[in-house]
Design a protein around this ligand. Sequence first.
Ligand code: BGC
Length: 385
Amino acid sequence: MKKIKICSLILASVMAISMAACSPSDISIGTRGSEIHVGTVDPANAKGKVGISMPSSTQERWVRDADNLVNSFTDANYATYVAFADYKIDRQIQDIKKLIKEGVDALIISAVDSSSLTEALDEAKQAGIPVICYDRLIMKSDAISYYVSYDNYTVGKMQGIFVRDQLDPAHNPDKIFNVEFVAGDSADSNARPVYNGAYAILSHYIESGQVRIPSGQDTFGESATPQWDTNTAKSRFKNVLGTYYSDGTTLDAVVCANDTTAAGVIQALDSDYKQDNPVLITGQDGDEINLQYINEGKQSMTIFKPGENEAQVTFELTLAVLDGETPNAVFLEDKDWDFEVEFDNYTFSNGSKVVPSYLLSPVLVTKDNMEEMLSKYGQTETENK
Ligand code: BGC
């Protein structure tokens, strides 16, 4: 069996960040809930200062992302300031304001609520601070310089294609399949494209009636999970199982938008699903517990979005912007990255402007290719147990 070793690495590095030497005036390294983690590069001797605002420290991927970004900027002799908003909108606004006051030269932000940062980012714009949206597109702000992410619609399509190909309705025309959707957080601009991508693949069969959604909860709004929270997904799914499956109805697949929601669904199935057929479960991120679920056969797939690559693009893009450049497609030409990135200057309108975007390609991970994918993308260590 594989055991994934990542939490301890993350914790160690976050502790290293938070225990670091420099403590600028307006930023307190204090109790959990108010702290901003200050990096190891002394701002007085740094090339510049970078503020990083992340949505959550309890969801594994954001800690990993902060860690990757801090490592790159630290190696390049930039001082770093990292704040985790723990899904509190006001806290993220305060974090961003503190970072602006601290005089950061650039802000890298992954928003808790895509539409709530307009005023805080106006302050950044007035202070001449470029803002890079990390992973999540910020809406309603013309203060954004760039957006770096994996292609979320493609993530959803990959989930839908996986479910479609496994159930194979086209070659089983006499069978009816029961499927449920568990979407992400409606405040996160990534959640809807993931759901839309998956739904688009299955819609033909939903319309023909060959794929049924017994709960009837088939819109994004009905299946959304605030904060992508495991317990919220779990309690909604326990309800779905109790109401629509307790009569012995067979559930064939749950299209879960990501791994934290998949974890909740798996827990609900463990306790409340009495039928003995295997249920396909999708996911996204390659979180530690979900990789274990995949090895145990409880989860069918995840989508791996190597954070080191996303951080690498963000890091190099930020340096270019700080050098006074205006990166576009040409920026990609001299890169020797071993992963694909596309420049897109027309798709991502945030309601205030079309945000120039760099998009990376997600990777499908199943039990069969997990070891190869993890060693290839090198973000997580595995060891034989
Ligand atoms: C990210 C996903 C993540 C989710 C919850 C989304 O914005 O793209 O990778 O699973 O947030 O943290």
